[in-house]
Design a protein. Structure first.
Length: 152
């Protein structure tokens, strides 16, 4: 049987894969990113410590960092991932303006969501986050760059 009248069915998949390979891995990257949609990273602060419980993000994709403060005191959230020119939308928290444009606060028992898009970077990187009020509250987030510095 023929598909589309020009290629036998047993050859359709191998030929399609070969054409995809010739077009380069960039197409695969775009397909993966399109399928991913908005990324989510969940951070839980509890008993004086913080950890990423789920998630990672990809450069260029909208990302939600959900900070759940399950502790009994207010905590800060700061990261070098938020550069001065990074636009961050915030819900459920506040900005500690006296500390700088990207230091956020989440009250005890509350959840804060920070929405931003990670900028392009060379290679995948890990970014620290910390509470500026409590030294033990810190962790790391992973930002994946599919293209990498070698372009694939």
């Amino acid at each position: 049987m023929k598909i589309g009248g020009f290629l036998p069915k047993p050859l359709f998949v191998p030929v399609t894969l070969a054409v995809g390979a010739l077009l380069g891995l960039g197409m695969v990257t775009l397909a993966v990113q399109a399928a991913e949609g908005t990324k989510k990273i969940e951070v839980v602060i509890k008993e004086g410590t913080a950890k990423v419980v789920t998630g990672y993000t990809i450069t260029g994709l909208p990302t939600e960092i959900i900070v759940r403060n399950e502790d009994s005191v207010t905590h800060g959230f700061n990261t070098s991932l938020f550069e001065d020119n990074t636009k961050v939308a915030i819900t459920g928290g506040s900005i500690a303006k006296e500390k700088g444009p990207h230091v956020y606060r989440v009250d005890a028992g509350k959840t804060m969501t920070l929405i931003f898009t990670p900028p392009p970077m060379e290679g995948s990187q890990s970014f620290a986050f910390w509470c500026d009020m409590h030294r033990s509250v810190k962790g790391e987030m992973l930002v994946v760059d599919f293209a990498g510095s070698e372009g694939g």
